[in-house]
Ligand binder design. Structure first.
Ligand code: 6PG
Length: 637
């Protein structure tokens, strides 16, 4: 790591390192040249013979003597500039000397002044075994030193490593934050960062014919990116960042993340922070975090929600991992995050390991359900004989009490026409997915939490995918041709609201169970808070849950919510039963009703299951009339 050096964004720059004798110019100059892989020149090596002789005889050089020498160094600088950057060390104590040194190349010159007190430098010089400089001579240097105001002043008491880091970040105009991967989300985040005054470097790979000059073209297309740096070369991108580096990866989740990590590793240094802002699997995040930690690199798995617009104007951000590493990126994430109603960023440290991506995964699970419920609501209204414009105005009227981002967009979608027709009626009815709903279902199964709505929404998407089979079967099965749903708009509203509460109950339960299992100490109210803006599942219900979850981790223990469920229950049951009777497909609404029925049943049918298990597998059962909780077995035959 950190061994393959490349020239950073310092093209056509001469770095003059100046200061009195003994300030450490040569040491720092050599290190810097090595760091950037650019040539190093010691000004003292360019003195004409006469000057060398004079100095050897202990005669100090006058301005006249220096004139030719400084001109020689100026020529050297110009010559170098035509090819490359370089480091030149030279005492350059007077302004007039510096004017000669950077004559005609002022714009391409940077000055670093290694500054220290007389006593410190005197002590240093006298400690050099093969060197002795009379303090009188050093004093005279201090006397003629004209402080270079436009130079970067660096205290020589700092370690060489620190000095190099300061030079790099200040003089090389390094960026504070790097964004790797300029897809839709990556691009929007770049603009968001730049709009918030963050100095950024942007990288997109080069692929012949398909991805050429992506970063450069993107920069050119947006005024706010005029100060951003654009790269298609990984090394230059990494070296353009101040250390410890902050690099956000916005690439496809899955194998690509691992490949990108391997591509970056050779150029990273200990303490750098990689942020994965994709929808990665939380278990993989933990593996990557451990792997990178073994190399001294921090890994922050971060949920980012809000789609393209959210990423540009303010997403909801769910970071996790090492808390210290998070602190070094917190400022940036908070800057670009959406703000809640109190002006606080919709970004919070979720917890260790992959907890941020777990929470984002559940966010998506809740999102799947909210989408599915709206789709079912539309289906019911259609079955009730309403056209899409009429349905849109019904949804519009629900905004006040059931407002959400997804309700809003569905309303807009329903109204969208293509010619005389509604656009949605032309969309192939196969719902895609990228995996987070699937993982949420797996996680629920692993943890043993009944996330029946996520599962139902996911499996509805899967069912939709069997288009051919659906077509064939639909021809063989007789269904109600003209449904006669005996329902009011309010019944549907109640069913929708009922199922949404169950959805949020199940979602937060899943997070809570995972937090307990992994000791993540997740604050559910904080999660609800960062989901009140920027993300896809923002809603008035979520606003209310912020308060509810301050009191309890189980929203069904909240009397207000329980009362709401109770009052919506009748409508929900009516909608589900009428849908069933009329062959209207409403899996998530049905599941909500059934789940509520199950979770509010004091004595369930699980006794029969236990008896069956004991019958064929001697799995034993406990008895209600035996408080010892002893396992019993019966020979059932
Ligand atoms: C968000 C979204 C976003 C995306 C998901 C879901 O919060 O901004 O959840 O992450 O929409 O990838 O996509 P699928 O529906 O394709 O699974």
């Amino acid at each position: 790591m950190g061994t393959q050096k490349n020239q950073t964004d310092i093209e056509a720059k001469i770095i003059f390192i100046m200061g009195v004798s003994g300030c450490g110019k040569s040491t720092i100059g050599k290190l810097l040249a090595k760091e950037f892989n650019i040539p190093f020149f010691d000004g003292d090596d360019y003195h004409p013979k006469e000057n060398i002789e004079k100095m050897a005889n202990g005669i100090p050089l006058n301005d006249n003597d220096r004139n030719g020498w400084l001109k020689t160094l100026n020529l050297l600088a110009k010559k170098q500039l035509a090819k490359n950057s370089c480091v030149i060390v030279c005492s350059a104590l007077k302004a007039s000397y510096r004017n000669l040194l950077n004559k005609d190349i002022k714009q391409q010159t940077v000055w670093v002044h290694l500054a220290g007190s007389f006593d410190k430098i005197n002590e240093r010089l006298n400690n050099r075994s093969n060197h002795f400089m009379p303090s009188k001579l050093l004093k005279s240097q201090f006397e003629i030193l004209e402080n270079p105001e436009d130079a970067l002043q660096i205290d020589i008491n700092l370690s060489p490593k620190k000095i190099i880091a300061i030079i790099k970040s200040n003089l090389m105009n390094t960026s504070e934050f790097g964004l790797f991967g300029l897809g839709v989300m990556g691009k929007s985040l770049c603009r968001n960062l730049a709009n918030n005054g963050v100095k950024i470097s942007m990288f997109n790979r080069h692929v012949n014919d398909t991805e050429e000059n992506v970063a450069k073209n993107f920069k050119a297309a947006h005024a706010e990116l005029s100060n951003a740096k654009a790269f298609d070369d990984i090394a230059s991108f990494v070296y353009s960042l101040e250390q410890p580096r902050r690099i956000m990866l916005m690439v496809n989740a899955g194998k690509t993340i691992d490949l990108v990590i391997e591509d970056l590793l050779p150029y990273l240094s200990k303490g750098d922070v990689l942020i994965d802002g994709g929808n990665s699997n939380y278990k993989k995040t933990k593996e990557r975090l451990d792997y990178l930690l073994s190399k001294g690199i921090h890994f922050i798995g971060t949920g980012v929600s809000g789609g393209e617009e959210g990423a540009l104007k303010g997403p909801s951000i769910m970071p996790s991992g090492n808390i210290k590493a998070y602190k070094s990126i917190q400022l940036y994430l908070e800057k670009i995050a959406a703000k809640d109603k109190n002006g606080l960023p919709c970004c919070t440290y979720v917890g260790p390991e992959g907890s941020g991506q777990f929470v984002k995964m559940v966010h998506n699970g809740i999102e799947y359900v909210e989408m599915q419920l709206l789709a079912e609501v539309v289906t019911i209204f259609e079955a009730m004989g309403k056209n899409l414009d009429e349905i849109a105005s019904i949804l519009e009227s629900w905004k006040e009490t059931a407002g959400s981002y997804l309700l809003e967009i569905t309303n807009i979608i329903l109204k969208k026409k293509e010619g005389k027709d509604w656009l949605v009626t032309k969309i192939l009815d196969k719902a895609g997915n990228k995996g987070t709903g699937n993982w949420a279902t797996i996680a629920a199964a692993e943890l043993g939490t009944p996330n029946t709505l996520i599962t139902s929404a996911l499996f509805s998407r899967y069912t939709s995918f069997y288009k051919e089979e659906r077509l064939q079967l639909s021809e063989k099965i007789t269904k109600t041709e003209i449904p006669k749903l005996q329902l009011s708009i309010n019944d549907v509203y109640e069913a929708y609201q009922f199922a949404r509460i169950i959805n949020h109950y199940q979602g937060f339960k899943l997070i809570n169970e995972a937090a307990k299992k992994h000791s993540w100490n997740i604050q559910l109210s904080e999660i609800a808070r960062i989901w009140t803006n920027g993300c896809i599942i923002r809603s008035t219900l979520m606003e209310n849950l912020v308060e509810t979850l301050k009191e309890t981790n189980n929203i069904l223990t909240d009397t207000t919510l329980l009362n709401s469920l109770n009052s919506y229950r009748y409508g929900a049951k009516k909608v589900v039963s009428q849908s069933v009777l009329n062959d209207v497909n409403t899996p998530a609404l049905s599941e909500a009703v059934q789940f509520f029925n199950g979770i509010t049943t004091a004595y369930s049918s699980a006794n029969i299951i236990q008896a069956q298990r004991d019958f064929f597998g001697a799995h034993t059962y406990q008895r209600l009339d035996d408080e010892s909780k002893k396992n019993h077995h019966t020979n059932w035959n």
